[in-house]
Design a protein around this ligand. Structure first.
Ligand code: BG6
Length: 301
């Protein structure tokens, strides 16, 4: 077990050989290799890791807005797409436990450029984010605590924008969203998911809303479970694959056929805002684990 800190990143190594790398920029997890040496997350080969742009891949952190706010009267309206947490340099607080191996990062207004904090309301929102990353035998848990360090209430959205590595997107199915309410961002339509398992053959961008916490999303490849995604206090889950045209338009998305090898499953609180009064705290987490059996938790008739 070890923790290495460089100027730009923190690397955790478990005694079983699994490794997680976290860039201080965005506190972005850029890699998680399990004890068998397999990379579990997708990272674009053209991802900017120098702080010039949010990282294309790994686990970018989305706060205090998801996407672009459409309501011009809302205090998050002026913020750029997905907010400012993914493009600010977080403070590394150090190791907080040895078993399981745990580290923490923090972000407060001092670490964020004034140009960005000023776009959230009138720039007066005082917050402390504590991000905890826990590396277990065959799982990775990431947890966020948002504290309103000021006196006035504020509203925010949160999302873990997790990019999973998959061998071939056309062989992949995702379980346990059947009957969930979903907003299709491409059709701008809301409906209930009817597919017994989700499959991918074109651009895909859906927000599954208010999904029971006990429902674990699984990425299954040819009958074998690759990843399990567990959510705590995160009612929503975005599922995204940009496919051919959209990835062609993203300068930092490489290789261009990389969409075949990635799938974003993004646990979040994005359908509605979390309201946090002065002095209050809110905590949420995702837990990613590998393998196991297919768990049928929905009616797939
Ligand atoms: C997803 C959204 O969460 O993030 C997509 O649902 C969006 O609509 C994608 O295209 C990537 O966003 P960005 O800002 O990293 O290019």
């Amino acid at each position: 077990m070890s923790i290495e800190e460089t100027e730009t990143e923190v690397i955790l190594t478990h005694k079983n050989g699994s490794v997680v790398k976290i860039l201080k920029y965005g506190a972005t997890v850029t890699s998680w290799t399990t004890s068998d040496g397999k990379e579990q997350l997708w990272l674009s080969s053209a991802a900017k890791l120098d702080g010039s742009k949010p990282v294309r891949g790994g686990i970018p952190l989305v706060f205090p807005i998801f996407g672009k706010c459409q309501d011009e009267t809302h205090p998050t309206f002026k913020l750029p797409q997905h907010g400012f947490a993914r493009n600010s340099v977080w403070e590394f607080l150090g190791q907080t436990a040895a078993n399981p191996l745990t580290v923490e990062f923090a972000l407060s207004p001092e670490q964020v450029s004034n140009d960005l904090t000023n776009l959230w309301g009138d720039g007066q929102n005082d917050f402390t984010l504590i991000y905890t990353i826990q590396l277990n035998e065959s799982s990775l848990k990431t947890q966020i605590e948002v504290e309103n360090a000021g006196k006035r209430e504020f509203e925010f959205k949160w999302l873990f924008h997790t990019y999973f590595a998959v061998p071939d997107i056309t062989d992949v199915l995702v379980t346990n969203f059947t009957d969930a309410k979903c907003y299709d961002q491409l059709l701008a339509e809301e409906y209930s998911e009817k597919a017994p398992m989700i499959s991918f053959h074109e651009e895909f961008d859906r927000i599954y809303k208010g999904v029971d916490q006990d429902k674990v999303a699984q990425i299954v490849e040819l009958g074998k479970v690759l990843h399990n995604v567990k959510r705590t206090n995160l009612p929503d889950c975005v599922v995204w694959n940009p496919w051919i045209k959209k990835s062609a338009g993203m300068g930092d998305f490489e290789p261009k056929d990389g969409y075949k090898n990635m799938l974003c499953i993004e646990p979040g609180h994005v359908d509605s805002f979390v309201k946090l009064g002065g002095g209050e705290k809110w905590t949420a987490a995702q837990e990613l684990s590998i393998g196991g059996d297919i768990k049928v938790q929905t009616n797939i008739y």
